[in-house]
Design a protein around this ligand. Structure first.
Ligand code: NAI
Length: 397
């Protein structure tokens, strides 16, 4: 009880009682803001801290209303006549989450005549065509760091779920059966395995920090940016050649942004560089891997398992390869119970309740800076004034 009260206290936005705009008697210029969030339905009332939802509106609806702003919140985003596509035409600010993203393609950005600012409630702004945003001088901000612990925990969980062969074991049990051999034949220890992260930023670093006590044979990373902190903290080794990096791994964890340099990076050829029987965990972005190639590698037995929470289109179409992919373990003996080697979930790793509180507060802070002409926290700036401010979206001149 005390811990919960402390958590709530610690998450009250620090500017809530100090913002001059909040108490201002002069009415500010009205700004039209469109937020695209996911629907909570009955869960929204039961859990008011599901903040990243249409029902709970990031907890900022009253605050924006008091300042005279127009705040449209919708989950309807994909069709050309969706609420989002209608409202974006004259909105100044768009807020969306990577969990149910409004895709700000070149065409949508072209239609958005007043758009000045896109805010990602979370981390990862690949749903915006960043090059076009730059050309049109639209700023893109995200709440950097807000959910990196949440994702790192999910990655470690998914690695263990795959390596220990947990999913079919659990299904077997829930179906009232008891067959140790069926599951144990493909259940291993993480100790002694080689684990590498593609991308060694905030999440990649936290994943390897959390894996250190598991006594893996080796921790490695592949990134064009050297990470001295990671090397010192975990003993991780940087591998500069992608083929060499992939060919050593038992477990690959993908933790880099999606952009032209990483789109489709992990395809049939790259998977063939990995050891037979390796596992991949991808919580970064679905389009970094080729979904059909992953499914084929699981079916052939080259990959033993794949897990994560992201797909190239969200929500994915019902015939998406990830819904039906399964490993062909142990000479192709099919599992009696459910699928082995598939540890997919909907996009939940970065939207734990703790993460939602952090990214909702972060969005409010970004808006407050925007309304008051204050500079944004540098780490939150993806593009601004027609330029990439981040070094994470590829090496650019
Ligand atoms: P970060 O910006 O701290 O680190 C990204 C790292 O990737 C940087 O060190 C960058 O140099 C590296 N990188 C970029 N291109 C690369 C390439 N071609 N090869 C190797 N490394 C490359 O970002 P952070 O916070 O660690 O997040 C990483 C990504 O994870 C985000 O961009 C987002 O797409 C995803 N994410 C997913 C979430 C989820 O809920 N599933 C939540 C948060 C982030």
């Amino acid at each position: 009880m005390f811990a919960r009260a402390a958590l709530l206290r610690s998450t009250i936005p620090r500017f809530a009682s100090t913002s001059p705009r909040f108490f201002s008697t002069t009415k500010p210029n009205m700004v039209k803001i469109v937020a695209v969030l996911y629907t909570a339905g009955k869960y929204g009332d039961a859990q008011p801290r599901l903040l990243g939802t249409v029902e709970n509106k990031l907890g900022i609806a009253d605050w924006l209303k008091q300042q005279g702003h127009e705040f449209i919140v919708t989950a309807d985003k994909d069709s050309p006549d969706s609420e989002f596509r209608q409202h974006v035409k004259d909105a100044e600010i768009v807020i969306t989450t990577p969990f149910h993203p409004a895709y700000l393609t070149a065409e949508v950005l072209e239609s958005a005549k007043n758009l000045k600012c896109c805010i990602t409630a979370g981390v990862g702004s690949d749903h915006v065509d960043l090059d076009v945003a730059n050309k049109k001088n639209i700023s893109v901000y995200e709440v950097t760091g807000s959910n990196v612990v949440s994702v790192a925990e999910h990655v470690v969980m998914t690695i263990l779920v795959l390596v220990r062969n947990f999913v079919p074991a659990n299904r077997q049990y829930l179906e009232g059966d008891w067959n140790v051999a069926e599951v144990a034949r493909e259940s291993y220890d993480l100790e002694g395995k080689v684990v590498g992260t593609l991308g060694s930023g905030r999440i990649g670093t936290r994943v390897l920090q959390r894996l250190k006590p598991f006594d893996c044979a080796k921790l490695t990373y592949y990134d064009y940016q050297r990470n001295d902190f990671l090397e010192k903290e975990t003993g991780a080794v940087r591998v500069e050649d992608l083929k060499e990096f992939l060919s050593e791994l038992d477990v690959l964890t993908i933790n880099c942004p999606l952009y032209e340099g990483t789109k489709g990076l992990i395809d049939a050829e790259k998977i063939s560089w990995m050891k037979k029987g390796a596992w991949i965990v991808n919580t970064a972005r679905g389009a970094i891997v080729n979904a059909k190639d992953v499914k084929a590698a699981l079916a052939s037995g080259h990959l033993r398992g794949y897990g994560g929470d992201v797909t190239d289109q969200q929500p994915p179409p019902k015939d998406h390869p990830f819904y039906t992919m399964a490993a062909s373990h142990s000479g192709g003996i099919p599992y009696q119970h459910g699928v082995g080697g598939n540890a997919m979930t909907p996009h939940i790793s970065g939207t734990s309740i703790d993460a939602q509180i952090r990214y909702a507060n972060g969005v409010k802070e970004i808006l407050d800076n925007y309304f008051n002409g204050k500079p944004q926290t540098p780490a939150n700036i993806i593009v601004e004034k027609g330029q990439y401010a981040t070094k994470a979206y590829g090496q650019r001149k």
